[in-house]
Design a binder for this molecule. Sequence first.
Ligand code: 5RP
Length: 264
Amino acid sequence: MQWGLRNRLSQIINPATGRTVMLAVDHGYFLGPTSGLEEPGRTIQPLLQYADAVMPTRGVLRNCFEPTIGTPVVLRVSGGQSILKELSQEAITTSMEEALRLNASAVAVSIYVGGEYEHQTLVNLARTVDEAERWGMPVLAVTAVGKEMARDARYLSLATRIAAELGAHFVKTYYCEGFERVSGTATVPVVIAGGKKVPEKDALELTYKAVQSGAAGVDMGRNIFQSEDPVAMIQAVRAVVQEGASAQKAYKLFQSLKRKRGRK
Ligand code: 5RP
């Protein structure tokens, strides 16, 4: 791997721990004003200091953040659909030139294995890797899952490994029973999405089980920014991922931070 690419990747995945807490805030690219992200800058700003990287679209990055944020950016560069239509019909919507101009530390592209436009999304990924490697830019493949697709180890290991075979430098997928099969056959670091909002205790349990079974961390969105206390929640997630805390200990931390911050 080239020096620049490795350097960028090391800004996201801490070389000392091999782990990362990424904050996913790109939901608006097909969901519009997602609950919790109606005013993205307001929600996200206080969380940035606890994240190893943040994953926005260029719109939110340019419109809602100061260029001095200091947190590495994993820039979403695929999209072009909405929740109202076929989700897998994605194209590359942000150029590599723009990613470089915005000083991204990596770019993110979704793939829909098993989706109607599977081929198109896999080619989007492969072409992005070709272009990104010219500039030393790492590529995160997001194994998006359509409504009808099972989130099991068989499907997620298929999608994750295909992403790595096409050249993705790291992959985002979902946690599932038997996650060792997904992480153990990926050949590149794998991070998990949090999925739909669940109680904080369950989200921390999910995070713990994922890192115990080989995940390099999380790229978590709704379970942080839709939490009853997002600032406390991201610190609890961080305790599990970067400090090796158990889910129980992290939940206690969440509760105590929430109390201190005056939240009921
Ligand atoms: C959608 C994405 C989202 O950023 C991500 O999946 C959302 O994270 P979470 O499930 O934790 O809200 O990449 O394809």
